[in-house]
Design a protein around this ligand. Sequence first.
Ligand code: NDP
Length: 374
Amino acid sequence: MSSRRHFLQKITGSVIAISVLPKTGMTMEPHLQDLPYEGPVLRVAIMGLGGYGNRVAEAMKACKKAKLVGVISGTPSKILDWRAKYTIPVKNCYNYENFDEIKDNKDIDAVYVITPNALHHDQVIRLAKAGKHVICEKPMAINAIEAREMIDACEKARVKLLVGYRMHFEPNTLEVIRMRKAGDFGKIRFFQGLCGFKIGDPTQWRLNKALSGGGSMMDIGIYAINGARYMVGEDPVWITAQETKTNTEKFKEGVDETIQFQMGFPGGAVASCLSTYSLNNLDRFFLDGEDGFAEMLPSTGYGPIKGHTHKGELNKPIVTHQTLQMEEMAAIILENKQPIVPVDGKEALKDLTIIDAIYLAVTSGKRVELNLNS
Ligand code: NDP
């Protein structure tokens, strides 16, 4: 290899590294991340070329261990655009009718499902039957029964099932988890999770139960559920929940606008959470223990994630969440790497069991007992 080509590869490696390095206070000294990568690469097809699919595809440009090589889409014009933009060969392009044929495509290892929630179940099961590893967006399914069927299908097909829990790799989030495990906050007593945004267009699939499976809880409230679990470090044993609706035209039957819910944990901690489609500026986690606290604000947006604890500011590197997620997921699939916080189907099943319980608590008005580890 000529030294010029070698130099250019090194430069490419440096560019690749930028999105997972801190944006401030960082010197660009030679670093392991700057070296050319020669290990295995996870070849990924994205299913559903919408808003988030585009974000993931752009972020994957900076990945070393994962590469976008295919698409599955119901919109031929998008396939054309993506083929040109990401140099995707025509043989790696599918639609929703013919994507079972992906089983014969040796050039695709995994499919990232980024379609409306209620479609995930059937799509993931079809992909498992086609022998492909699956990364599925959150919520993995629209209830726990579906989630179990997806886990079973992937186990039977001996493929991995991962869920797009990007916060499980976010450095400041992991720092709070590290501090909690080290006992820095003492006995955990309280968590607050506020998650919401004002949703616009009333005709979008997120407000159509047949495609969304629910309302704000499926979309944004799930961050408070999942966050409570990784911040407290336990799974809840009871749930209470109350729903309020100010607009029954926009938020029809089965599409929750706002739900407040409370969770009790085995160690005695309680969580108080809000999920809503009717308020902006709600992206905050607060964890309180007998010896200290952590506040994340914002806590789950695309970043930068900011926060502080009783010991000072959190100052871990600012990352592009989806780049880091795909690097880590490639390592989980290719190298059997174990993430600090699980991102598999069983993790998603817990969140969906809690969502089922929240909806039951809303309709029954009663406290729902849970045993997520049975
Ligand atoms: P979009 O509406 O922007 O895109 C969804 C895409 O799914 C469409 O563009 C379309 O792509 C495909 N699709 C297939 N069938 C349908 C259908 N019947 N109606 C509408 N679209 C269809 O949604 P998002 O990208 O925002 O969300 C997709 C998934 O990603 C959801 O599960 C959501 O919860 C999750 N998400 C996760 C985020 C995270 O931070 N982890 C952030 C945002 C979303 P095509 O035309 O190519 O077929």
